[in-house]
Write a protein that binds this ligand. Structure first.
Ligand code: PLP
Length: 354
């Protein structure tokens, strides 16, 4: 592997890459359906759910679209404190939904209080919120957000984007009362891009029945009909499912608790280094991501030059995202990354910073 400290696509373990080399099967065959069932069932553990998990051939944005197409008859409320919350708002808007946005400063969390106030006395079908804002490295308190949403507006469905956190940070779909949680392959799951996973609650599935114009590709009722036959409506991303099968075994062998602890230790190490070097942490204390760190570039480092040096040593970091480009750079610590990898990166950065 060549350590890529960028927030996706991340490095993929050789045995996981190799798993894709298996022969293709007819997707309506018993052999493939057996694999599809096994992988769907194992995936439930990632979400801490007994609800259904769909495996879809698309990137994360596709499932943002699936959520708004299926779960909102009319009104959506999108909370935005980063670029991907904003994308979800755009996705809802461009799918013809009546969507309100609630903007929060990008360096501040979405609070349960704000959620409660925004939902109270109103009638939104769906709330969209991002768990781990990859653009800012801020982790929103989803458990508390969901509690507040349920008490302010019990009928509003809660959809969570966990694209850059699921498998690296805890997110408990059932215990926290979430209706839809989505993620994609190329981040904490450390798979090649192109496969996305979505866990959906029973009441969300019921809601979809009342929503017209759900489209075809992401129609939850169609996905469910096929899932019950251990299959998907359209041709699945077979090679990626082979890879996910192997990767889930690796993840479960490491243990989810150990995996979360490893990500947390990596984050702490990057955060300490950042502050010790006189750089800043964009996300506030208590809400810092354990999978990626946005570093405020207080030393005016030239990130392009820095990366050129790192790439000579087979490493790379990411520049700031969207409106934070130039002001921040990002160090991802997700997927296969180990403490020794981070130490090597930080030593190389020290050599450049001087
Ligand atoms: C939190 C979050 N949501 C959504 C997306 C969009 O995912 P994709 O580019 O896989 O469509 C990303 C991509 O980085 C992301 O980080």
């Amino acid at each position: 592997m060549s350590p890529m400290f960028v927030p996706g696509p991340v490095d993929v373990a050789p045995e996981v890459l190799a798993a894709q080399n298996q022969a293709m099967l007819p997707h309506r065959s018993q052999e493939f359906e057996e694999i599809f069932r096994r992988v769907s069932e194992k995936s439930q553990q990632l979400f801490f759910t007994r609800e259904r998990v769909y495996l879809t051939a698309c990137s994360g944005s596709g499932l943002q679209e699936a959520a708004v197409r299926n779960l909102a008859n009319r009104r959506v409320l999108s909370f935005i404190n980063g670029a991907f919350g904003n994308r979800w708002y755009d996705v809802a808007l461009t799918n013809g939904k009546y969507v309100d946005k609630f903007d929060v400063p990008w360096n501040q969390p979405v609070t349960p209080e704000a959620i409660f106030e925004a939902l109270k006395g109103d009638s939104y079908d769906l709330l969209t919120v991002v768990h781990n804002e990859t653009s800012t490295s801020l982790q929103n308190p989803i458990k508390e957000i969901a509690e507040a949403a349920r008490s302010a507006s019990p009928d509003t469905l809660i959809a969570v984007d966990a694209v850059s956190s699921l498998g690296g940070a805890r997110i408990e779909m059932d215990a926290w009362g979430l209706d839809l949680v989505l993620t994609s392959s190329q981040k904490c799951l450390a798979l090649p891009p192109g496969l996305s996973l979505m866990a959906v609650s029973e009441r969300a599935l019921q809601r979809a029945q009342d929503v017209p114009d759900r489209g075809w590709y992401f129609d939850l009722l169609r996905l469910e009909k096929h899932r019950l036959k251990d299959s998907s409506p359209s041709t699945p991303a077979m090679s990626l499912i082979y890879a996910l099968d192997v990767q889930l075994d690796r993840i479960l062998l490491e243990g989810l608790e150990n995996r979360f602890a490893r990500h947390s230790a990596l984050a702490k190490s990057v955060q300490s280094w950042t502050l010790e070097r006189g750089l800043g942490l964009y996300a506030p204390e208590g809400y810092r991501s354990q999978t990626v760190t946005a570093v405020e570039n207080l030393l005016d480092l030239n990130i392009t030059e820095l990366n050129a040096c790192l790439m000579e040593q087979d490493m790379r970091i990411a520049s700031g995202y969207g409106q934070l480009k130039g002001k921040t750079f990002r160090i991802a610590h997700m997927g296969e990354t180990q403490l020794a990898d981070i130490e090597r990166l930080l030593t190389a950065l020290d050599a450049q910073i001087g």
